[in-house]
Ligand binder design. Sequence first.
Ligand SMILES: [Zn+2]
Ligand SMILES: [Zn+2]
Ligand SMILES: [Zn+2]
Length: 142
Amino acid sequence: MLEVAIKLLQKNNYKITKQRRSLLDYLSHFQEHYVAVSAVDKYMHEIYPGMSHNTIYRNIKEFEEVGIIENKLRDGSAWVKYQCDFVHQHHHHFVCKKCGKVQEVQMCPLDFFEEQLPGCRIDEHHFELYGICADCIRLGKE
Ligand SMILES: [Zn+2]
Ligand SMILES: [Zn+2]
Ligand SMILES: [Zn+2]
């Protein structure tokens, strides 16, 4: 699973340093759930005490730029997750309010909104669905 990510980094001229490799390993555990950037920073700083917070944050940013991770703001703080779909990087999510599981939704509603805003140019959009996932419903967690 990391192969695609490593290729993307190399294609964008990033060296696969020990630190980037560890960061990638760690983030790959978060494909179905978001993790707070502060928690990623804490984890990296524990294994590499010599690595500055700036460098850690910069590496996270680089991963975002090449599309290895997805990000969002929640309650004023930054959260990231491993890319769920390298082929369709533009997609949306259904997030379970009970367990936090993230599922990919491929349909993008942008066309629908563009229709309602004739003459305007929409530059960005964030769209997420919230609810209870099938597993949580089955287990009666709701
Ligand atoms: Zn995703
Ligand atoms: Zn759930
Ligand atoms: Zn979209």
